[in-house]
Design a protein around this ligand. Structure first.
Ligand code: FE2
Length: 250
C-alpha cells in the first residue's frame, strides 16, 4: 500500500522464528475480516478480552486478566507490553499442550510495530520456578506473528503464524497449536465484525476508555501521529512526531 517511491526495505520486520524450524516450527493462517484493521489491533492491545471471548482456548478466569500485572513501554516503532499472571490456573490450550499439575506463572509479551504488526511471545511454567526472573524453559511457550493489512476503511486481511516452542519435534503438536489459535482468532473475528457493525450504526461518540485500554489509547496516538507526519510530507515531521511520543506518559 502507499506510494512506491516512499518504500523503505529497512522497515521490513525481522522475524527469525519463521526460518527456525528446529526451535520454532510453525504454521501460517489467514482471515478476511469485515472490520477496520484498527479494531483488530485494538483488540490485541487489551487482553482482558481473553477471559470472555476465549474461554475454551487461551482464556481462563476473567478476573486473572483484570488483575494481571502489566508494564507498557514505548519503542522507536510503537510500543511493547508485558503482562504477568503469576500463580494462576493454566487455560485449556495450555493444558492440552503440557500436562501442568497445578498453578502456573504465565506471561504475555506483545511488541506492537506501528501501524499494524504485532509480535507475540506467550507461555507459562509451573508456579515458583522463576519465570518472572527469566527462567521460562520447560513449560508452554508459543510465538505468534500478527499482520493486519487494511483492505478498505471497514475491512482488512489478518495474516498470522503460530510457532510451537514446547514440543518442537512433534508435528502434531504444531498442528494442534495452530488449530487452537485459529479457533480463538475466529472468535476475535466475530467479535470485531460485530463491533464494526455497532460503530457504523451508532458512531464512536459515546465510547469510554477504561483502565485496560491504556496500551490501546497509546497505540491510537502513535498511529495518529504517524498519519499526521505522512500527510505533512515524508522526512519532515517524523522527528517531531517521535519526540512527542517519547514524552507521552502511560
Ligand atoms: Fe482474542
Amino acid at each position: 500500500m502507499g506510494a512506491p517511491a516512499l518504500k523503505d526495505e529497512s522497515k521490513i520486520i525481522d522475524y527469525p522464528y519463521h526460518n527456525d524450524y528446529k526451535d520454532w516450527p510453525h504454521r501460517h493462517g489467514f482471515y478476511h475480516i469485515k472490520a477496520s484493521y484498527l479494531l483488530m489491533v485494538d483488540n490485541l492491545m487489551d487482553l482482558t478480552h481473553l477471559g470472555y471471548v476465549h474461554r475454551t482456548t487461551i482464556g481462563g478466569n476473567p478476573q486473572i486478566h483484570v488483575d494481571a500485572k502489566m508494564e507498557t513501554t514505548l519503542t522507536d516503532q510503537g510500543l511493547k507490553y508485558v503482562r504477568w499472571m503469576l500463580d494462576s490456573n493454566p487455560p485449556p490450550t495450555y493444558l492440552k499442550a503440557v500436562p501442568f499439575k497445578g498453578k502456573v506463572d504465565r506471561w504475555q509479551e506483545f511488541d506492537f510495530v506501528s501501524p499494524s504488526n504485532i509480535l507475540q511471545w506467550s507461555g507459562a511454567v509451573d508456579v515458583g520456578r522463576g519465570a518472572y526472573e527469566g527462567n521460562r524453559d520447560g513449560g508452554f511457550s508459543l510465538r505468534i506473528f500478527h499482520g493486519l493489512t487494511p483492505e478498505t476503511k471497514d475491512s482488512c486481511f489478518y495474516f498470522f503464524s503460530t510457532c510451537n516452542g514446547y514440543r518442537q519435534d512433534d508435528p502434531q503438536a504444531t498442528e494442534d497449536l495452530f488449530r487452537e489459535i485459529e479457533t480463538a482468532f475466529k472468535e476475535d473475528k466475530e467479535m470485531c465484525e460485530g463491533q464494526q457493525l455497532r460503530l457504523v450504526e451508532l458512531g464512536e461518540d459515546t465510547l469510554v476508555d477504561i483502565v485496560s485500554d491504556r496500551a490501546r489509547v497509546q497505540l491510537r496516538r502513535i498511529i495518529q501521529r504517524q498519519l499526521e507526519a505522512e500527510q505533512g510530507g515524508a522526512g519532515t515531521k517524523p522527528e517531531a512526531s517521535k519526540r512527542k511520543v517519547t514524552e507521552a506518559v502511560i
